[in-house]
Design a protein around this ligand. Structure first.
Ligand code: CA
Length: 234
C-alpha cells in the first residue's frame, strides 16, 4: 500500500487530511511534531511521501524538510502553508520540497496533489533514447545516467530531487533549444498539475545552485526572457 506521513500539529486539520488520504487508498502515518515525524519516518523507510505543515511548535516544517532531504533525495515532499506565508513556500521549495498546498484546501485538491507527486516520484523511468553508452547522456562536464537516475558534474555526483532530475533530463534531451515554462511544467509535473508555472522558476533557481559554477552568472541554464529556459551546451 502507498504509505504517506502527515505532519500537522492542529489535530482537526490533521484528521481532515488523514481521513481523506485513507479514503483515497493511502496508508497514513500521523505526526504532531517535527521530531515525531523524523522518528516515524526512520521507522518506516517505505514511506513514499510526506506532507509537512510549516508552522509547528519545536522544529518547523522547513527544517524537517531540510533534514529529510539530507538523508533521502527521492521521497516526495509537499509543504502545507497558509495563504499568508508566501515566502515560506519559496523557502520550502528551495530546501527541497517538491510541491506545496495552500490552506485551506479541498479533499479533491489534496488527493490530486499527492497522487500526482507519487506518479512523478515513484514511477519507473521510461526507456531513454540510447546515446553514447546505454542509459547515458554525456554533455561535458555533465553525465546523466538514466538507469540509475544520477547526474555527475566533472565526475562528481550531484544530489538531485526527482523533480530536479526530470528537469535536467528534459534539458539534456533538448540541448540548445528554448523550452517554455509551460512545456517544462507539462513534461515534468504532468498535464493534470494544479499549480503555477512559478514552481518551474523555483526549481531552476535551485538547480543553478547545484549545477552552475556561479549561480549568479549561469552559463548552462540560460533564461529566455518572457518565455522559459535553455540548456546551453554545444
Ligand atoms: Ca501548524
Amino acid at each position: 500500500m502507498r504509505k504517506v506521513l502527515v505532519l500537522e500539529d492542529e489535530s482537526s486539520i490533521r484528521g481532515f487530511i488523514v481521513i481523506n488520504l485513507e479514503r483515497a487508498g493511502y496508508e497514513v502515518i500521523e505526526a504532531e511534531t517535527g521530531e515525531e515525524a523524523l522518528e516515524k519516518l526512520a521507522a518506516n523507510p517505505d514511506t513514499r511521501a510526506v506532507l509537512l505543515d510549516i508552522m509547528l511548535p519545536g522544529i518547523d516544517g522547513i527544517e524537517v524538510c531540510r533534514r529529510i532531504r539530507l538523508s533521502d533525495p527521492h521521497i516526495g515532499i509537499i509543504m502545507l502553508s497558509a495563504r499568508s506565508q508566501e515566502m515560506d513556500k519559496v523557502t520550502g521549495l528551495m530546501t527541497g520540497a517538491d510541491d506545496y498546498i495552500t490552506k485551506p484546501f479541498s479533499p479533491a485538491e489534496l488527493t490530486a496533489r499527492v497522487d500526482a507527486l507519487l506518479r512523478r516520484t515513484g514511477d519507473v523511468p521510461p526507456a531513454a533514447p540510447v546515446p553514447e553508452a546505454p542509459g547515458e547522456l554525456v554533455q561535458p562536464p555533465f553525465r546523466l545516467n538514466t538507469t540509475n537516475r544520477t547526474l555527475e558534474k566533472n565526475g562528481q555526483r550531484v544530489r538531485l530531487t526527482q523533480v530536479e532530475y526530470a528537469i535536467v533530463k528534459l534539458f539534456m534531451e533538448n540541448k540548445g533549444t528554448a523550452l517554455s515554462r509551460e512545456s517544462i511544467l507539462d513534461t515534468v509535473w504532468g498535464h493534470g498539475y494544479f499549480g503555477e508555472p512559478k514552481i518551474v522558476d523555483v526549481n531552476v533557481r535551485r538547480l543553478r545552485i547545484k549545477l552552475e559554477d556561479d549561480a549568479q552568472e549561469p552559463k548552462y541554464i540560460l533564461t529566455v526572457w518572457g518565455y522559459g529556459y535553455k540548456w546551453n551546451i554545444e
